[in-house]
Design a protein around this ligand. Structure first.
Ligand code: ADP
Ligand code: MG
Length: 251
């Protein structure tokens, strides 16, 4: 494993009964890169992500994060170590304001718990508030910080989730289809936001269907089909690969 690999998925297999959802998965995510995982429906992308965050135990193999085996750890332990997954996960708190939504994970990062009540009584509220305001501004939601989250548009809810992830200072950010269901306009502004994070050197894994998004963001692309890696390389290498085109068109 190269010295600069943040994440190493080492020879992971996952069976669901007789179904081989993941076979021989070996991949490395290098420091500071945006690594895209693409593939047709049912390819195993979500399963792979869930293995990385400790939600699904692999049938064999291991996941190594910053040189430490994390297989067998609980999802919250892995989260505390710095792997943050956004979208499809800790949903926003619809009845709280945007600012409160971001303060909850900011508090949890410091105190190791993720409850609404605990943070309301915290004595470092002012500091946490300031931090939450910073990340809300970073995703462009500062003007709406006192708005109730339930009233946000779909695109802005995603931004909020992103701020809730960023406030945890992720060592590795995992994004599960960040532009799913978005208009072209919202997709473009999400891409711009993710480009900004990329310029800061943030290490990211992104599962994405939209090829425009993949090719404008990824440094490296891993293609899964039927639980196996069928291609892996730079976007321009993967794009022209006939095996990849076959998997998409034939799948
Ligand atoms: P993708 O995210 O690439 O669409 P998934 O990882 O969700 O693919 O699924 C990969 C395969 O594993 C699919 O055939 C799916 O039906 C199956 N699968 C996923 N989760 C489970 C589960 N909990 N139990 C049984 N089969 C599952
Ligand atoms: Mg999926």
């Amino acid at each position: 494993m190269p010295a600069n690999a943040v994440l190493h998925v080492a020879d992971v297999h996952k069976n669901f009964g007789g179904l081989h959802a993941l076979s021989d998965i070996d991949l490395q995510v290098e420091e500071g890169t945006t690594h895209a995982i693409i593939g047709p429906n049912g390819a195993g992308k979500s399963t792979l992500l869930n293995v990385c965050i400790g939600r699904i135990a692999p049938s064999s193999g291991a996941v190594v994060f910053d040189g430490e085996v994390i297989t067998g750890k609980k999802p919250h332990e892995i989260n505390q170590m710095g792997i943050v997954r956004v979208f499809q996960t800790p949903e926003i708190f619809p009845d709280l304001t945007l600012l409160q939504n971001v303060m909850v994970p900011a508090f949890a990062k410091r105190d190791g718990s993720f409850t609404v009540n605990a943070f309301q009584s915290a004595n470092n509220q002012a500091e946490i508030r300031e931090e939450a305001e910073h990340w809300l501004a970073d995703v462009g939601l500062d003007a709406q910080r006192d708005t109730i989250a339930a009233s946000l548009s779909r695109g802005d809810k995603r931004r909020l989730e992103l701020a809730m992830g960023l406030v945890q200072h992720p060592r590795l950010l995992l994004l599960d289809e960040p532009t799913a269901g978005m208009s072209r306009h919202d997709t473009n502004s999400t891409v711009d936001l993710l480009k900004k994070f990329k310029e800061r050197g943030m290490t990211k894994v992104i599962i994405e269907h939209d090829m425009h998004v993949v090719f404008s963001l990824a440094d490296r692309v891993t293609v899964l089909a039927q639980g196996r890696i069928i291609a892996d390389g730079k976007p321009e290498e993967v794009r022209g690969n006939p095996v990849v085109q076959e998997a998409y068109l034939g799948g």
